[in-house]
Design a protein around this ligand. Structure first.
Ligand SMILES: [Zn+2]
Length: 491
């Protein structure tokens, strides 16, 4: 692309987040996806984003394996009968793509492209689980995609084919299942907050908003800059519902047959990527945690006089080799230094080294960090150490920014008119007293959604939820409040 064509991002994130997001993921931004594939909701992932997505998978795989999960790979297709086996889960039907033909022959029974893994995996689990010694059974599938017939699609937020990761666990009792839900929350904390710096709240969803076939759903929500919640994971307490449907039973110590308890955990790979782009990025482009960056260092030569250029170039080449462990890249393209600065800032490369004749002469580099304005000089013998330290500083900057961003995104009110006004004007969560998150509260949630043009009751935080004070009334129906819930619009 010529310098003229590459306009960069032309809108401010704070002015028009939606357009900013479209621009940053596209060709005029960081070139993460190609949406010209030609089938709605199916997109091409380009190399830069693939490197980052693979890091997310790496982190998750490491954590779930440390927690005793084993890798598995199931086929992409599900038998129709299995998909319908669990009564409530059959509610997925409108979202399912079907294979109905093979060559010119019409299949006797159509087969579904997996929309998620439960009905794909549990018929096998029924064969594998025999006795109490088979439990707990913990398996996961990674680096796969699933298919859903979504109407409105957007890269990383909603797709007809999107990246997937799922664990599926079987326990002898409910206690084991509940313990796993806490572990899943800890894994989210370790990977998504501590490594990727994406802040979120781990909610227990209201009963009317749980996964089809689950007893309870726990989900992590972060917020996009436009105030819409982005669900980045869910853990489902499946109780014995699927065990009943698929006959997952074991013989206990007394030799009696028991139904198994199950959980499944799905961090949203795409959604986490969307949150990293949306929350950390700025008007210059992507900002990513140091370890996640496909290239951690870019080397930009500043050529001054023709006779010195080869010396500078030679120095840069050596530097690139020296910094191979950081995937350093020497940008020797014909573009101007200013163009290169902008380009690599757009791509979110954490560290830029500027090399001119002076740096060569003094055996040092000028180091710039993606998250800070000031530059510094670094002597060559200490450079690797300095880069590592700068990487940590960049992560601290990202974490601080994300933390204060998220802290300022929650307001509270007990008044319905004020709640409606806040939802309209303010971008974020609103904490408010609510009658109940059991099924009886659905009517109030529906009214709230209608009155606010689409705000959802996200639920109550799993960890340290606020309790209603005496006299607190449901913000909608004025009955005594049993919960303090979070409300937000959704993507
Ligand atoms: Zn109510």
């Amino acid at each position: 692309m010529s310098e003229k064509e590459n306009k960069g991002i032309t809108v401010k994130k704070s002015d028009n987040f939606s357009e900013w997001f479209t621009q940053i993921i596209g060709e005029q931004g960081a070139n993460l996806v190609d949406i010209r594939f030609g089938v709605q909701g199916f997109i091409v992932h380009r190399p830069w984003v693939m490197h980052m997505l693979r890091r997310i998978y790496d982190y998750l795989e490491e954590e779930v394996e440390a927690d005793g999960h084993e890798p598995m790979l199931f086929p992409t297709v599900i038998l129709e009968d299995n998909l319908l086996e669990e009564k409530e889960h059959a509610g997925f039907m409108p979202d399912v793509f079907w294979i109905t033909k093979a060559g010119s022959e019409t299949l006797e029974k159509p087969i579904a492209l997996r929309p998620t893994g439960e009905t794909l995996i549990y018929p096998s689990y029924a064969l594998w689980v025999r006795s109490i010694s088979d439990l707990p059974l913990k398996g996961y599938q990674s680096r796969i995609t699933v298919f859903r017939n979504e109407k409105a699609t957007r890269p990383f937020l909603r797709g007809r084919e999107f990246m997937f990761f799922e664990t599926h666990d079987v326990f002898r009792n409910h206690k084991g299942a509940l313990k796993q839900i806490k572990t899943d929350m800890k894994i989210m904390d370790k990977v998504v907050w501590r490594k990727l710096k994406v802040p979120f709240i781990f909610f227990r969803r209201p009963q009317w908003d749980k996964f089809m076939g689950a007893d309870d759903t726990y989900a992590s929500d972060t917020l996009n800059p436009d105030g819409r919640r982005n669900q980045i994971s869910s853990t489902h307490d499946l109780g014995t519902n699927f065990a009943k449907a698929f006959n997952i039973k074991f013989r206990d110590e007394k030799g009696e047959e028991q139904l198994a308890y199950q959980t499944c955990f799905g961090p949203g790979i795409w959604r986490i990527m969307a949150a990293i782009i949306a929350i950390h990025g700025d008007d210059k482009g992507l900002i990513v945690p140091f370890d996640m960056a496909p290239k951690k260092v870019v080397i930009v030569p500043i050529y001054k006089k023709e006779e010195e250029n080869e010396k500078v170039r030679e120095f840069c080449r050596k530097l690139e080799k020296h910094l191979k462990s950081f995937n350093a890249h020497f940008d020797d393209s014909d573009h101007s230094p200013g163009y290169k600065f902008n380009h690599w800032e757009m791509m979110g490369v954490p560290i830029r080294l500027e090399i001119g004749p002076r740096e060569v002469q003094e055996d040092q580099v000028t180091l710039a960090r993606r998250t800070r304005k000031e530059k510094e000089k670094a002597k060559l013998p200490f450079l690797k150490k300095r880069i590592k330290a700068a990487g940590k500083e960049i992560d601290t900057d990202i974490e601080k920014n994300a933390s204060s961003y998220f802290k300022n995104k929650t307001k509270s009110t007990k008044n319905y008119d004020e709640l409606k006004r806040i939802i309209k004007e303010f971008r974020g969560f609103v904490k408010t007293p609510f009658c109940t998150t059991k099924m009886a509260g659905e009517e109030c949630a529906d009214k709230l959604k209608a009155d606010t043009q689409g705000a959802y009751v996200c639920g109550t935080p799993f960890k340290n939820p606020d309790r209603p004070k005496e006299g607190d009334k449901c913000v909608v129906c004025q009955k005594p409040a049993k919960s303090i819930v979070y409300v937000a619009k959704s993507i």
